[in-house]
Design a protein. Sequence first.
Length: 463
Amino acid sequence: MKWLSLIWIGVLTSCSSPDYKKPDIDVPKAWEQQGSQGPSIADQKWIVVFPIDELNTLIIEALKNNSDLLIAAQRVEIVRAQYGISRSSLFPSLDANAAFVRQRAPGFNPEANQVSESAGLGLVSAAWEIDLWGKLRDQSEAARRDYLANLALYQGAQVSLTAQVATLYLDVLDLDNQIRISKRAIDFRKKGLRVNQSRFDAGIASILDVRQAESLLASAEQVFYEQERRLVLAENALSILLGRNPGPIKRVVSLDTLNLPKEMYAGIPSELIERRPDILAAQEALTGAQANVSAAKKEFLPSISLTTSLGFASPALGALFQGGRYAWSLQPSISTSIFNAGRIQFGVDIAESKQEALVQEYKAKIRSAFKEVNDALNNIRNNEFERAAGERVVQANTARVRASRARYLSGISPFFEVLDAERQLLDSEIILSQLKRATYQSGVQLYTALGGGWNRSDFRASP
């Protein structure tokens, strides 16, 4: 019998739940787009990195009222309940059963029908499958991992929503700034038109100068109305993210007052895997797939179930609780598949293919995360250079406008020179405003790519 015991132990060992291992990932030692290293900005809370009270108030409102986020929260609750249903299969069910029958029917006396009755009261546990091989535990573990993956995705949606609100808020501030620039340009060009009209009336300037001044003013007004249109669209989009009806957004902050921290470090690449909720979601989904593979393989093994009942039974209701009327039954059963035309093996093949697909998704998610961080670091560095160059362009164009106006009023150059200088000044000022917005948005992009301040310590590891 010793050899039989060894075989039994081997069978049980082969049917134990698998050890879950992460796929091997090629992790770079440093970020290509960052020369010096320092603590990751993701170690700090959002409000520390971006101390804009007005923006943070909007983010809190969005996290509370955003419809898509509320829907995602309910999906997490659905998956949590599904896990609870799956886990309940590990335990026997217990039902109460009471019955009473009174009937008149033919009996032993052929000349007359007889009245008879029967009664029963008891507890029944119907067809409880004993999880000898661990199949039900694997299925329950897969359901738990699915819940955890959805929970991580929900927390990732919170990070994404925060970034979306910040991005749209900065778009609104940029458009505010562009509108101020356009209004200032319109005021200057109205004055220029009046000067040209006066010079024409005095016979100093030609009608061409007047028409050019009118064209310059109309082009600035055209840009102004286009900016106002875009501002309304941005405010409406931001309102929807906040869970409001479309409408204006109250604000007092100016884009020119915003500045990123002097140093925005990304930490080291290996830390990123622990900081991103979407990577954790992919990992949990993969672990669940491994459990599904194990459960699918255990379908080849026999299924053992047990049905039991305990209670009282009597041919008469009044005698139900008299001595000797207790009753019980114990019904074990075992079943195994003899022929299924490959159904079980096909189930294993499906589970293994899904697992392999999730392995590739997990790797792709990590590579994408590395790319997002490198892209954000590249944007921060180059946006700063572009912004500095844009400021020099505006300074040069401002000086050029002053010089061209003086030359025109002195009769040295034609009005076309003023026209060209003012057009380039307006364009460069708008571009500079966009660069300021892009610079700050690149900081938001980096913070989000690093996990948006999320950490595994914030994750509830079990339901």
